[in-house]
Ligand binder design. Structure first.
Ligand SMILES: *Cc1c(COP(=O)(O)O)cnc(C)c1O
Length: 377
């Protein structure tokens, strides 16, 4: 069996370092916050080249904390995509605001900036683009639109840690880009990241963080994450949260962070091999000139997606659909937009299929996946 993801393999490769990190925390007796978490925040800030990192309990919490820090709440509308993991929309609802859905570009699966204007109302307060599958959304156009209309921009960078936005174009080599262009999640007013185990930088449990250049947003998110308090038992904001990264996760993530660039490079190499082998058989992912894609998922399109998935399964190859139902066709979210109103998202949901993708996939496994897809189509 070639699974879509293999986290056990990653642990075995890093066992000595991870075990050492865990042992260090257990021996320290400090389990929530503390030096490990502070050190991780500093290391993430250096990696992302952003002054403020606020760790928290999950990527969903990071979205909620950032929206709350921006002051977004009841009566406010947030422009976002229907083709995402549901947490993007949940966060908007959890702060009491209303998601307003804007269709996607069928080639990149990201928000279509040309459609933002028609979704704008006097209540619009923010744009929440998602860098789906690890490719940066067209941030130049999104930021220009937001600036023109005085809107906040919160990036859902849960799938895009290490991705770059290169508006002037880079001849991206296969290895992770050394260019000085900004990283996904540092382009808008804030970026929300997930450290869920399956993400490109994953903890061994839940975790997330907010990245921002704005010291007030950082301070507000930090307050809210810990019961609305800066000083213990003194509460300056109502309705805060218990949303913290624990020290064990921080220590594990510190052991893993130095490998992230090489892992993303390996993902790009695998994507290139897939592209070569599959380009005449399925619709391969389209890399935009402004984006260094880090392939959180390698997602193809095929009109007979379900049959392709069954064929792969029969050959011992895992695959997964991200995502089978767009937000507005979910039972819980049908009130947001009628069926047929977001055609690009609806078509994508019928046709996308993600193939095995992780840094520990071997050449022979990549070849097997390619051969199996070729036999189908
Ligand atoms: C994973 C993910 C989230 C949520 O992250 P959690 O850590 O699972 O809460 C949000 N948005 C997108 C696009 C994701 O992929």
């Amino acid at each position: 069996m070639i699974p879509i993801l293999d986290l056990r393999q990653e642990y075995l490769e890093l066992k000595a370092e991870i075990d050492q990190a865990i042992g260090r925390v257990l021996a320290s007796g400090g389990f929530v916050g503390g030096l490990e978490v502070e050190a991780l925040e500093a290391e993430l800030a250096a990696y992302l080249r952003v002054p403020h990192i606020v760790t928290c309990g999950s990527g969903t919490d990071a979205l909620v904390l950032a929206l709350r820090a921006m002051g977004i709440g009841p009566g406010d509308e947030v422009l976002t995509t229907p083709f995402t993991f549901i947490a993007t929309l949940e966060a908007i609802l959890l702060v009491g605001a209303t998601p307003v859905l804007v269709d996607i570009d069928p080639h990149t699966f990201n928000l279509q900036p040309a459609l933002l204007a028609q979704a704008l109302t006097p209540y619009t307060r923010a744009v929440l683009p998602v860098h789906l599958y690890g490719q940066v959304a067209p941030m130049g156009e999104i930021l220009a639109f937001a600036q023109q209309h005085g809107l906040w921009v919160l990036e859902d960078a849960a799938q895009a840690i290490g991705a770059r936005y290169c508006p002037t174009g880079c001849q991206h080599p296969l290895e992770a880009c050394r260019c000085t262009h900004p990283l996904a999640g540092t382009l808008g007013h804030a970026g929300a990241f997930s450290l869920y185990p399956t993400k490109n930088l994953g903890a061994y449990g839940d975790g997330g963080f907010v990245a921002t250049r704005d010291p007030r947003l950082a301070e507000e998110a930090r307050l809210l994450a810990v019961h609305g308090s800066k000083e213990r038992y003194h509460h300056v904001r109502p309705a805060g949260y218990t949303s913290r990264l624990d020290a064990l996760q921080a220590a594990i993530l510190r052991a893993k962070l130095p490998y992230l660039e090489s892992w993303n490079t390996r993902r790009r190499q695998i994507a290139q091999a897939y592209n070569q082998g599959l380009k005449n058989h399925v619709q391969i992912p389209q890399e935009m000139p402004y984006a260094l894609h880090i392939y959180h998922q390698y997602t193809v399109r095929h009109p007979e997606r379900d049959r392709l998935a069954a064929h792969l399964k029969a050959q011992g190859i895992g695959s997964s659909v991200h995502y089978p139902v767009p937000a507005h066709l979910q039972p819980a979210y049908r009130h947001l937009a009628p069926q047929g109103s977001l055609p690009a998202a609806e078509a994508a949901a019928r046709e996308v299929l993600s193939l095995p993708m992780h840094p520990f996939l071997r050449e022979d496994q990549v070849e097997k996946v390619i051969a199996a897809v070729q036999r189908f189509a």
